[in-house]
Design a binder for this molecule. Structure first.
Ligand code: NAI
Ligand code: MG
Length: 334
């Protein structure tokens, strides 16, 4: 079987961590082939637009994309490319696992939390964001639909069931956002009844943040709306050593796109010191999605062992190793 994957190297540290990730994938020799496409600042320079139609067509044809972080120019009238990609392909589920790896700066042991974030609506609509002429009143629109809520909650329970997880927590703010968050909560409570074997609870988002820091062991699967999922998944990354450790998948019915949770890290771009772990773990999620479960496990195991080697840690984890040194060490352990 030869799987073709669309690769978008991305901006900032994107090309550095993507090269590292491709080296790891190639070492597994799965017969994957790559179709390189542009998006983000790179595409703006080369093709005059942030998200060329050719890139969209390529992703549509392979159905599988591994993507580096993309910089969206701020305040220049551009809307987020990531949000555009998620909506274009209706990638309704954003799946963000975090696990503790020994050797990282994590203050906690045995964290294993899966955040399932609704990925197409909520507070992430580019339309409906307005500000008046004298810039004294700004408004933005939040939309929650029953359909998207059903899809995301069911996805969370199905994945929990498949992975043998025990508990799903629906995170909301229905006490204040009575209609939008209220609808999400109502749907979550309804769907939960279809899965009596999985423990279910609901939690208000601010309390969730406090609970995550005080007692993260109580969480297993978290399902929530778009903005809360964005914030909570970064918080979860912080529980396991930082953004360099957190992968994510954007799943739709026809297309799946895998990426790191972090952004293009302009402060360290070009220095070849970025931690490639998040994108390598995203690649592991991708090959698992393709059916290579054993090989995905090998990648995670190699990362786990490498992180125990202090001489191989990158700067964000308190070490001095470069991206390539870390990657060499991962490959040598595969
Ligand atoms: P960021 O995630 O790029 O950086 C936050 C901090 O974490 C920085 O100090 C950075 O150096 C560090 N960091 C992130 N990834 C790292 C890694 N792999 N190794 C070591 N250190 C790492 O977030 P920021 O600065 O808010 O955003 C920068 C740009 O990235 C923005 O243009 C934003 O729109 C974009 N972005 C793109 C995303 C995507 O493509 N999925 C997601 C988040 C942000
Ligand atoms: Mg984010």
């Amino acid at each position: 079987m030869s799987e073709k994957i669309t690769i978008i190297k991305g901006d900032g540290i994107g090309p550095e961590i993507m090269d590292a990730t491709i080296r790891v994938l190639d070492h597994l020799d799965l017969g994957l082939t790559y179709d390189y496409q542009d998006a983000g600042l790179m595409a703006l320079e080369l093709h005059g637009e942030l998200l060329p139609q050719a890139t969209l067509d390529a992703i549509k044809s392979t159905g599988m994309c591994l993507k580096g972080p993309l910089t969206t120019p701020v305040g220049k009238g551009f809307s987020s490319i990531n949000v555009a990609l998620r909506r274009y392909f209706n990638l309704y589920a954003n799946v963000r696992p975090v696990v503790t790896f020994e050797g990282t700066k994590s203050k906690y042991e045995d964290i294993d939390i899966l955040t399932i974030r609704e990925n197409t609506e909520g507070a992430y609509l580019s339309e409906g964001q307005t500000i008046n002429e004298d810039r004294t009143v700004a408004e933005s629109k939040i939309v929650v639909t029953r359909e998207a809520s059903v899809n995301i909650v069911r996805y969370a329970f199905d994945i929990a069931q498949k992975a043998g997880r025990k508990k799903v927590t629906a995170v909301h703010k229905a006490n204040i956002m009575k209609t939008t968050s209220g609808l999400f909560l109502e749907v979550a409570q309804e769907i939960a009844k279809e899965y009596p074997e999985i423990e279910f609870n609901t939690l208000i988002v601010d309390n969730t943040c406090m609970q995550l820091v005080m007692n993260p062991g109580q969480f297993d699967v978290i399902v929530t709306t778009n903005l809360f999922g964005d914030i909570i998944s970064d918080l979860c990354a912080g529980l396991v050593g930082g953004l360099g450790m957190a992968p994510g998948a954007n799943i739709g019915n026809d297309v799946a796109m895998f990426e790191a949770v972090h952004g293009s890290a302009p402060d360290i771009a070009g220095k070849k010191i970025a931690n490639p772990t998040a994108l390598i773990l995203a690649a592991a999620m991708m090959i698992e999605h393709l059916g290579y479960t054993v090989e995905a496990g090998r990648i995670r195991q190699a990362i786990k062992q490498t992180l125990l080697d202090k001489d191989r840690l990158t700067g964000d984890l308190g070490g001095t190793a470069h991206t390539a040194e870390f990657t060499d060490a991962v490959i040598s352990r595969l």
